[in-house]
Design a protein around this ligand. Structure first.
Ligand code: ASP
Ligand code: MG
Length: 405
C-alpha cells in the first residue's frame, strides 16, 4: 500500500469523458489498496476563458477578484471528478485548496505556498476515501482566496507530495513524458526515461513547456521525485530526479527552440562606467525580463563606444522600445535596431560539465548549414545561440540529429 499523489492537467480533464477516464485510472490504484490524492486543473480552456471574461469588463481587473474568479475553474473539476468516482462506486471527497490546508502569502495571482496542514486529507484517506484537491489555489491566514500563477496545479501536486511524504508523485498530461525535442518539430525526438531537475528546469524555461518551472524548483528543493506521463495510455513516463553519476554520460539530454524572444541592439553606446547599469535598471524597473546580453569591444576613433545587444520576451518589445527611447538623450547612443525575427536554440545536458568540445561541435553543425549565429550564451549545462527565426526549425532538426539522432 502506497500513498500516491496524481495530478491531472487541463486536457486530461477536458470533458466529461476525460474525467470518467481519470476516475477509472484512480479507481485502479484505489482498488489495489493505495491511498490516492488527486490534484486537478481546470478543464482545458476554462482559465483562459475566465480571464477573457474579466478583461471584457475591465482591462486591468482587481487581482483579489481575479483569484476568486479563477479558483472556480478548479473547483468545478474537483466536484466533477468526485462525482465520476462515485459513479464507479469509489468513495471520494473533493477539497478546495483552503480545505486541504494550503496556506499561501497574500500576493494575489502569484501567491507562494507558505505551509500545508494536511490533517483533513489524512482523515479522509484513513476513512478509505480518495481525496481530490483543487490545484492552483490556496488561502491566506486571513482567509483570502489566492492562486499560485499559471500552471500552478503542478506546484500544488509537488507541494502536497512533499507534505504528505508520498511514495509516488505522478504528473499526468497529454504527452508521454519529456522528449529530447518537441516531437511536432523533430519527428525523431525520443522520450526520455529520466531527466535531472536542472535539465528539466533549463528545458522548461527555454520554451519546452511541460511543467511550471516553479514546481520543478520546489521538487528539487524538497527532493520530490516525480513522473511525467500520459493520462491517455499506460506507457511509463519520464522520471524527474536529482542527477546521478550515470546521467553525466549523456552529453546532451535535449534540444529546445524558443521562438518567443526579440532582440534589441543599441549601436555606439558610450563605453564608460555606469551606462549598462543605467540601461538595464530602467528596463528592470519596467518589469521587462532580459535574457541574453552581449556587449562588444570598443570601436571607432573618437570617444570609446560599444554595441550592446540583448533579448527579451517578444510581447515586451514595444514596452522596451519606449524605455530605450526615453534614455536616448541621457545616455547618448546611436541607432536602435530591434527585431522579432529571431529564435533561441539551446542544447541542455548535465554531461556538459565533464565533456569538452560541445560548443565547438554545435557551432560547426550550424556553420555547415549556413546558419549565422547572432548571440551566444552558456551555462554549466546549457549552450544557447540566437539565430534567424526562419532557420530555427531546420537548425533544431540538424542539431538534434547530430547529438541525439
Ligand atoms: N488552471 C490554471 C491554469 O490554466 C492552473 C493549471 O492548469 O495548472 O493556469
Ligand atoms: Mg498545466
Amino acid at each position: 500500500m502506497a500513498l500516491i499523489v496524481q495530478k491531472y492537467g487541463g486536457t486530461s480533464v477536458g470533458s466529461p469523458d476525460r474525467i470518467k477516464n481519470v476516475a477509472r485510472r484512480v479507481a485502479q490504484y484505489h482498488s489495489r489498496g493505495d491511498q490516492v490524492v488527486v490534484v486537478v486543473s481546470a478543464m482545458s480552456g476554462v482559465t483562459d476563458n475566465l480571464i477573457k471574461l474579466a478583461k471584457e469588463i475591465m482591462p486591468l481587473p482587481n487581482e483579489r477578484e481575479m483569484d476568486v474568479l479563477l479558483a472556480t475553474g478548479e473547483q468545478t473539476t474537483i466536484a466533477l471528478t468526485a462525482i465520476a468516482l462515485h459513479s464507479l462506486g469509489v468513495p471520494a471527497a473533493s477539497l478546495t485548496g483552503a480545505q486541504a490546508g494550503i496556506v499561501t502569502d497574500g500576493v494575489h495571482t502569484k501567491a507562494k505556498i507558505q505551509n500545508i496542514t494536511p490533517k483533513k486529507i489524512h482523515d479522509l484517506l484513513n476513512q478509505g476515501q480518495v481525496v481530490i484537491v483543487a490545484g492552483f489555489q490556496g488561502q491566506t491566514i486571513e482567509g483570502q482566496v489566492t492562486t499560485l500563477g499559471r500552471g500552478g496545479s503542478d506546484l500544488t501536486a509537488i507541494a502536497l507530495a512533499a507534505a504528505l511524504k508520498a511514495q509516488l508523485c505522478q504528473i499526468y498530461t497529454d504527452v508521454d513524458g519529456v522528449y529530447t525535442a518537441d516531437p511536432r518539430i523533430v519527428p525523431g525526438a525520443k522520450k526520455l526515461d529520466e531527466i535531472s531537475y536542472d535539465e528539466m528546469l533549463e528545458l522548461a524555461s527555454l520554451g519546452a513547456k511541460v511543467m511550471q518551472s516553479r514546481s520543478v524548483e520546489f521538487a528539487k528543493k524538497f527532493g520530490v521525485i516525480f513522473e511525467v506521463r500520459s493520462s491517455l495510455n499506460d506507457n511509463p513516463g519520464t522520471i524527474v530526479k536529482e542527477e546521478t553519476r550515470n546521467m553525466e554520460e549523456v552529453v546532451v539530454r535535449g534540444v529546445s527552440l524558443d521562438k518567443n524572444q526579440a532582440k534589441v541592439t543599441l549601436v555606439a553606446v558610450p563605453d564608460k562606467p555606469g551606462i549598462a547599469a543605467r540601461i538595464f535598471k530602467a528596463i528592470g524597473d519596467s518589469n521587462i525580463n532580459v535574457d541574453m546580453i552581449v556587449q562588444n569591444i570598443s570601436h571607432g576613433s573618437g570617444a570609446p563606444a560599444t554595441d550592446l545587444s540583448f533579448t527579451i520576451d517578444k510581447p515586451e518589445l514595444l514596452k522596451a522600445q519606449k524605455v530605450i527611447d526615453s534614455l536616448k538623450k541621457e545616455v547618448g547612443f546611436g541607432q536602435v535596431i530591434a527585431t522579432e525575427n529571431i529564435a533561441k536554440l539551446s542544447i541542455v545536458g548535465v554531461g556538459m560539465k565533464s565533456h569538452s568540445g560541445v560548443a565547438g561541435k554545435m557551432f560547426d553543425i550550424l556553420a555547415r548549414e549556413g546558419i549565422n549565429i547572432h548571440m551566444i550564451s552558456t551555462s554549466e549545462i546549457k549552450i544557447s545561440v540566437v539565430i534567424d527565426l526562419a532557420k530555427g526549425e531546420q537548425a533544431m532538426k540538424t542539431v538534434h540529429q547530430a547529438f541525439l539522432g
